[in-house]
Structure formats: C-alpha cells, structure tokens
Design a protein around this ligand. Structure first.
Ligand code: PRP
Length: 208
C-alpha cells in the first residue's frame, strides 16, 4: 500500500486528479464527506487529507510514503524528505510587499512581518540587510497598514489581496509550486511504486 498525504482544499483536489490519471485512482476521495482516509486496495493506494502545511510532517515521519507540499513549506521547514517532482500546479511566488511608494532606509532596521520567518531571514541575510522579524500566523497584509511592520514577506498568487489592501509587490524572492515529496526510508522500501508514480505524474505534468 502506498500512503499518500494530500493537501486539503482546491489544490489537493487538482493534485488527486493527477494521481488518478497516473493510475492511482480512489474515487471515494472526492466524495463530499468528513472522512479523511480513503483506501483503494486494488490500486494499492491510501490517501489522507491533511492541512497543507502539515503534509511534510506526515511524510518526514513516515506516516505517509509520499505527499504533495508547496515549495514555500519545504523552504521554510526544510523537512528531511526527497523532493521528487515539480507538479507545476499551485503556482505563486514568495515576495516582499509593502506600500507601493515604500523607500527602504538603510540606516534603520527593516521590520518584516511574515509567516515565513526562515525564508525572510535567509533572503535578507543574502543581501546583508538587518531586519527585525515579526512572526504572524495569517492576514499578514494588515501589518504594514497598521504600522506593525514596514514590509511583509508572503505568498502572492493573483495579487488581489495586496491590491485590495493598497499594497504592491516590491521584490520577488522565489517562484513557488507544489512538489511531490517522499519519505526517505519509505522510498527505499517502496522504490518500485514510488518511481512508477513519479514517472506517470511526470507525464501528466508534461501533458498539461
Ligand atoms: C495567502 C497569502 C495571501 C494570499 C495571496 O493567504 O498569505 O494573503 O493568499 O493570494 P492572492 O495574491 O491571490 O490574493 P491565505 O489565504 O493562505 O490566508 P492567510 O495567510 O491570511 O492565513
């Protein structure tokens, strides 16, 4: 049985479609129920719906053999997993945003609000810029509006949230997309099915 952790939500449903077309079908997954675990013994697969930011934890600890996690989570938490494939969905970017007319004053420590403290720290360390991280858990966009921070480091997908809060992208840090990841020892014991899944998913990515 291949245990697969899928990120709950719209992205997860799209990704399940790719897995199904790749030969790992389990139609019950898309049933509208509160169930979180689904088996298809014939196809040799078991799916779990988990919170997107938790997928890497299930995979790192071996509760799932494979899973789908955003590159943002992989960069932020650096789980000990194999990153097997860029699925080319869930595309967005990690960016610095703030008021469109923001001018950075190098003589002051830059106050950065973010859910992605490590990504922000690494990015500014690379530029040799001193920053003060304000770690928040969501609704990051309001931090510069209320004067809690100068800028934010956050995910931008359509740009609507920034626009509706009178903010703009100031710098792009890195493009983000969903990745197929695998548990390291699971990969050793289930090399065949995991490689088959990866190759079939690669075809799906190429076809898209
Ligand atoms: C994410 C991100 C931005 C928004 C970007 O938030 O933190 O707020 O989506 O998308 P857009 O560019 O298409 O507007 P999420 O919905 O995950 O909520 P939270 O970070 O506020 O918890």
């Amino acid at each position: 049985m291949l245990n697969v952790a899928l990120p709950k939500g719209r992205l997860g449903e799209k990704v399940y479609g790719m897995f199904a077309r790749a030969g790992f079908e389990c139609p019950a997954v898309l049933e509208n129920s509160r169930k979180l675990i689904f088996d298809n013994e014939a196809a040799g697969v078991r799916y779990f719906w988990v919170k997107p930011s938790d997928v890497a934890i299930y995979v790192e600890r071996g509760a799932a053999d494979v899973g789908v996690a955003g590159k943002d989570i992989l960069l932020e938490y650096r789980p000990e997993v194999y990153e097997l494939l860029d699925l080319n969905v869930g595309k967005c970017r990690m960016a610095v945003a703030g008021p469109a007319d923001f001018q950075d004053r190098e003589d002051r420590t830059l106050r950065v609000a973010t859910k992605f403290s490590r990504i922000a720290r690494d990015y500014y360390a690379g530029k040799g810029r001193d920053i003060d991280i304000i770690h928040l858990n969501g609704s990051i966009e309001i931090a510069p509006i209320l004067g809690l921070s100068d800028v934010i480091v956050d995910i931008v997908e359509t740009g609507t949230t920034l626009k509706e809060n009178n903010l703009a992208v100031l710098e792009t840090i890195i493009p983000i997309s969903a990745r197929l990841i695998a548990n390291k020892s699971g990969f050793k014991f289930k090399t065949g099915p995991i490689q088959r899944l990866t190759e079939e998913l690669r075809k799906e990515v190429d076809r898209a």
